[in-house]
Design a protein around this ligand. Structure first.
Ligand code: ADP
Ligand code: MG
Length: 283
């Protein structure tokens, strides 16, 4: 009788312990689920905020694109009429030279406005990528050939360092050329009294297989506090610079699923590195 009673007691105690453990676990799980729900709700509100912002940005993009087109049309008429006006002037008129000089100033400024709008439309517009297998060694060689006279004129020595075997990536050659050319133009502008410009192609095996293009110059370099800003649209330290070159290059590279980085040592030069995925056919 005694043994039966103590057995029952042990059973009840064990049952109670098990119940307590189960209750605790359930409580802990409930708390965990609650925390998870709170986090999910927070993420949802961040996501919907981002979606709304992206929508608004797209809308602003469409509006400003339309605006730029609207301004370009009358600007073309202005430029055309300035030219006609110049042709109508009488060279024997004593004010001829003064008027021609003023018309020249107006034409130059109007052309500059047109260039700014063209750059904007190129930057803000949709980029359509037509991928094909491209040997990047060859692409850099073509760019170097095209750029050689300009480099020579600026006392810049252009050096090509191709990869030791064909470097094939699925890219849009026209766009990648534009992206690299922007970097080459910047390099040249950074070395007004000459220097060295190196175009190099290589392969990276760090995580995924990637093609690397380096555009290296021996210019003044970029101060650390500017390194983040230079890729922003309209950031420029040049007189008359549009500040769209690097922004456009970054956009082209990222639309290809790649990355662009800069390493620079003030006083020594800069190395702009483009990394393009080699195995992705889509993006
Ligand atoms: N190779 C370089 N060396 C030094 N500074 C550079 C170089 N490339 C770009 N930069 C800096 O980045 C800025 C932005 O360049 P970019 O977007 O091409 O516009 P822009 O050439 O019209 O100024 C330049 O004004 C310059 O200050
Ligand atoms: Mg530029």
């Amino acid at each position: 009788m005694m043994a039966w009673f103590s057995g029952l007691l042990v059973g009840i105690v064990c049952g109670l312990i098990a119940l307590t453990i189960i209750l605790r676990k359930t409580r802990r799980n409930r708390l965990r689920v609650q925390r998870l729900l709170t986090r999910l709700r927070a993420n949802r509100s961040v996501l919907s905020f981002r979606a709304r912002r992206a929508e608004r940005l797209a809308e602003v993009g469409t509006l400003t694109g339309g605006l730029a087109h609207e301004i370009k049309n009358p600007l073309s008429t202005v430029l055309l009429n300035l030219q006609l006006l110049q042709e109508d002037l009488d060279p024997n008129d004593p004010t001829y030279n003064r008027i021609v000089s003023r018309l020249g100033t107006v034409s130059r400024e109007a052309s500059r406005l047109r260039d700014i709008l063209d750059d904007f439309l190129k930057y803000a517009g949709k980029i359509e990528i037509r991928r094909e297998p491209v040997n990047l060694n060859q692409l850099l060689e073509e760019l170097a050939d095209f750029f050689a006279p300009q480099a020579q004129l600026n006392h810049v020595q252009l050096r090509l360092k191709p990869h030791d075997k064909p470097l094939i990536a699925s890219v849009d050659p026209r766009l990648i050329k534009q992206a690299v050319l922007n970097l080459m133009i910047n390099a040249l502008q950074a070395m007004p009294s000459g220097g060295e410009l190196i175009l190099s192609a290589s392969e990276s095996h760090s995580s995924d297989l990637a093609a690397i293009i380096d555009v290296i110059d021996t210019g003044p370099g970029i101060p650390a506090d500017q390194a983040q800003k230079i890729f922003q649209a309209y950031y420029s330290t040049k007189k008359g610079g549009t500040g769209l070159g690097l922004a456009m290059t970054q956009r082209i590279v990222e639309e290809h699923g790649g990355q662009i980085q800069v390493q620079s040592e003030p006083g020594k030069g800069s190395d702009f590195r483009i990394k393009l995925p080699m195995n992705s056919e889509t993006k």
